[in-house]
Design a protein around this ligand. Structure first.
Ligand code: ZN
Length: 423
């Protein structure tokens, strides 16, 4: 808390480089910047792991309108990542509101054919952890376009993924399926969704119009950025920890996931500053392309699985924002979980209150078939979705101490694993 560098490193990443979508010049710049930071830390290794990533570009500012009594009323929107564009002319069609993917089958092809489907799935406010509400609602963003296309829809509009009622639009990726028509998809703000839903209740025959020029280009050569301190006694046992270096383009990728990347680098800085020589190898990984492909996470796991000399005992990811520490979410067999939980009292100084069963993280999840224990760092989740994937995810929203306490909590846990392993 006196010598930390993660906040200043994050300032550089956010303000000098900014949003860094996979394949963009900013992503390349972020790779160089963090690789340099790590090279200058006198670690045992600091290197780049090549990975080909998708290169999606947003194109011109998106436009959307609903048409009420022949009047076109503009509504703010953003294209979903990986979406095809509408073309310069845009598309116009009757709008049909649904709640979830399951509704499509109930409504049927006859009524969906030729329409723009409006997925209006609010966050469930009664979940304490906002990630639970997100997981549930985000299915329509990820799969809505592909599923609606199977029923003949021509476009998709998704309510933004947040519990807050505001005017910010949240992007995020959508996934097409093989042999299913690719239809364009956008998100509108929660206020926009509420307004549209109200209008549709009064008059179900509302047309919707939108125009996007986003497109997917050729894959681009990019990299995971990796650095490690080799273990003194069991160097073949690997403790991976990281965040993802790419981010959406609307903001600066501060909480998602510049924070996690800079905490990751901070773990190594603290270890070096305290002259700790871990018994097992501790390896920092800044993954590329979490947001619209997970190519970095898959490539890391592929290389790990082929390297018979490495045993990946545990992986820890920080990708839930740089807010105040609350816990660790652990994906492991029950007996392993019980053993890890014995360390909980050692974490209390950071504000860590829980170590319980749950998800690890998107980038480390591909390590699961190797039997790796997966752990997610869990900061407070209440404000994350105010910012997530929006123009509001900027450096000024990150609190220095909260960021540092997270890095400290991660360091302590990684230290314990490096000394005692998972048995
Ligand atoms: Zn993220």
């Amino acid at each position: 808390l006196t010598n930390s560098q993660c906040y200043e490193n994050l300032r550089h990443l956010c303000l000098k480089i900014g949003g860094r979508m996979s394949g963009s010049p900013q992503a390349e710049e972020a790779v160089k910047y963090t690789h340099n930071l790590l090279k200058n830390m006198n670690l045992d290794t600091a290197y780049l792991q090549p990975v080909k990533v998708p290169h999606w570009i947003r194109g011109e500012k998106e436009k959307a309108f609903y048409i009420e009594n022949k009047k076109r009323i503009e509504i703010s929107c953003t294209a979903l990542g990986n979406s095809v564009g509408t073309g310069k002319k845009g598309i116009k069609a009757p709008l049909l509101e649904v709640y979830s993917l399951n509704d499509l089958e109930k409504i049927g092809k006859d009524k969906i054919q030729g329409k723009i489907i409006f997925f209006n799935h609010p966050f469930i406010p009664t979940y304490f952890d906002t990630f639970d509400a997100y997981s549930e609602a985000a299915a329509v963003r990820g799969y809505g376009a592909a599923e609606a296309a199977k029923y003949g829809a021509v476009g998709v509009v998704v309510r933004s993924m947040t519990q807050s009622l505001d005017d910010f639009v949240h992007t995020g990726s959508t996934r097409y399926q093989l042999n299913v028509p690719q239809i364009p998809a956008i998100a509108i703000s929660t206020n926009g969704a509420e307004e549209l839903s109200k209008k549709l209740k009064i008059n179900p025959n509302i047309d919707f119009e939108f125009r996007t020029t986003c497109q997917m280009l050729e894959d681009v050569q990019s990299y995971n950025v990796i650095a490690e301190i080799k273990g003194t006694e069991k160097p073949q046992e690997i403790i991976t920890f990281g965040g993802h270096l790419d981010s959406w383009d609307l903001g600066q990728g501060a909480h998602d996931d510049g924070a996690g990347c800079m905490q990751t680098i901070e773990v190594l800085r603290i270890m070096k500053a305290l002259n700790i020589k871990p018994k097992r190898t501790i390896r920092a990984v800044l993954f590329m392309n979490e947001e619209n492909g997970i190519k970095g996470g898959h490539e890391y796991a592929r290389v790990a699985s082929e390297n018979v000399n490495e045993k990946h005992i545990v992986a820890i990811e920080s990708d839930r924002g740089g807010f105040t520490p609350r816990g660790f979410s652990i994906d492991a067999p029950t007996d392993t979980l019980q053993k890890i939980k014995r360390w909980l009292p050692l974490m209390e100084n950071y504000g860590i209150q829980t170590m319980k069963s749950g998800k690890g993280g998107v980038d480390i999840n591909p390590l699961k078939p190797l039997g790796t224990v997966l752990i997610g760092y869990v900061p407070d989740s209440q404000r994350y979705f105010d910012l997530h994937h929006t123009s509001q995810d900027t450096f000024d929203k990150v609190n220095k101490r909260e960021l540092e306490l997270g890095a400290g909590a991660m360091t302590s846990l990684i230290y314990l694993f490096s000394q005692y392993g998972i048995n």
